[in-house]
Design a protein around this ligand. Structure first.
Ligand code: COI
Length: 355
């Protein structure tokens, strides 16, 4: 160890900090980045020693494969600060495991666990002041890897760049969220890359989401590509439906992301005796439940989105509004999760990770 930092990681500290110029009360999600970033290159069949250096531009050949074939994957994680100034991650092993699962699917070499955690912890300690206390404040962490080899032959790159960048965050959505159920476009197909956090999964959603926005919806709930009869996940989050007192969500599959927030909600529902059914959810059953007044809530669950209530939905040109509830499940799960994330309640499941 040198200066309390692991030997394997070279650290170049920023000469000045940008922090004083940041308005932490009015953050727009993902627009501001902390003073440092982590970089680790894969060359000659090996991940090299990670480097942490001031956040800034990187140089790539225009022929780098990431630009041509989208060979890139990412993760989304968050760090939270408690009242004693301790910094916590939430289930980071799950993100790390999913990172490598996504990499395998995109023919990217897996990233070493010790580099991931040592690098991330060193980075978070350097940029600790960027993590503000209080419910709703967090540091959004974006690990990602891109194919850097120069050449436009359609084959996997021989070199890669792993990076972590961090952005102070408040809410992902600045206003109310209404969703439309997809009728024509699809997010993922059987045997495809839907379960991976492949960059292209998100880019491919922009066009249909723009069309949805023109109709007054912020997000699409994707339906299965074969029949469009079953609800799967939304663009930035997994999705839950409350019919009566019962909570419904689609099972994970090779089309649906195994969301960390999603599975935490399922565990908390089971613990608190909320009936939860993880099964295929038909569009028709949700529409009928809404028509009968039995559909009480829809909410999204994701790292960036946290637990996000959905105010209404659209289907085949019809618009449905959802009631305001005193006993909202979304509010309950959000509070339960935040209590764990901000070290305010017992961590029964070992989800907190002290940095
Ligand atoms: C996350 O929740 O971290 C995600 O990756 C969603 C992202 C597209 C904002």
């Amino acid at each position: 160890m040198k200066n309390g930092l692991p030997d394997a990681i070279d650290v170049v500290e920023a000469k000045t900090s940008k922090i004083d110029a940041v308005d932490f009360e009015n953050l727009v999600f993902g627009n501001v980045f902390t003073d440092h970033m982590m970089i680790c290159d894969y060359v000659n069949g090996e991940w090299q020693n990670p480097v942490i250096k001031p956040y800034g531009p990187i140089e790539l050949e225009p022929s780098a494969k990431v630009f041509h074939y989208g060979q890139a994957i990412f993760e989304g994680m968050k760090a939270f600060k408690d009242d004693q100034d301790q910094v916590w991650l939430f289930r980071p092993e799950d993100n790390f495991n999913r990172f490598n699962k996504s990499s395998v699917r995109l023919a990217i070499p897996e990233f070493p666990k010790e580099f991931f955690f040592e690098g991330l912890e060193t980075l978070l300690n350097l940029d600790r002041d960027w993590i503000k206390k209080g419910f709703g404040n967090s540091l959004y962490i974006r690990p990602f890897v891109i194919a850097t080899e120069s050449g436009v032959s359609a084959s996997p790159s021989k070199s890669y760049k792993f990076m972590i960048i961090c952005s102070p965050a408040k809410a992902y959505y600045s206003g109310e969220v209404r969703v439309v159920f997809a009728e024509k476009f699809s997010r993922a197909a059987d045997g495809g890359v839907g379960y991976a956090k492949a960059a292209g999964n998100y880019g491919a959603q922009f066009y249909p989401t723009n069309l949805a926005k023109e109709e007054g919806y912020q997000q699409i709930v994707w339906t299965d590509a074969n029949t469009h009869e079953y609800l799967e996940e939304a663009g930035t989050m997994n999705i839950f439906f409350r019919v009566g007192d019962k909570l419904l969500t689609a099972p994970t599959s090779d089309r649906i992301l195994d969301g960390v927030t999603r599975k935490s909600v399922i565990t908390l529902a089971e613990e608190h005796g909320i009936p939860v059914e993880v099964r295929r959810v038909k569009v028709q059953e949700i529409v009928e439940a809404a028509e009968k007044g039995e559909l009480k809530e829809i909410f999204g669950a994701g790292t960036a989105a946290t637990i996000n209530p959905v105010k209404g939905f659209g289907h085949q040109g019809k618009k449905f509004e959802l009631p305001e509830l005193e006993d909202s499940y979304a509010t309950f799960f959000k509070k339960e999760l935040m209590n764990i994330q901000y070290n305010k309640s017992e961590d029964k499941y070992g989800w907190r990770y002290l940095v």
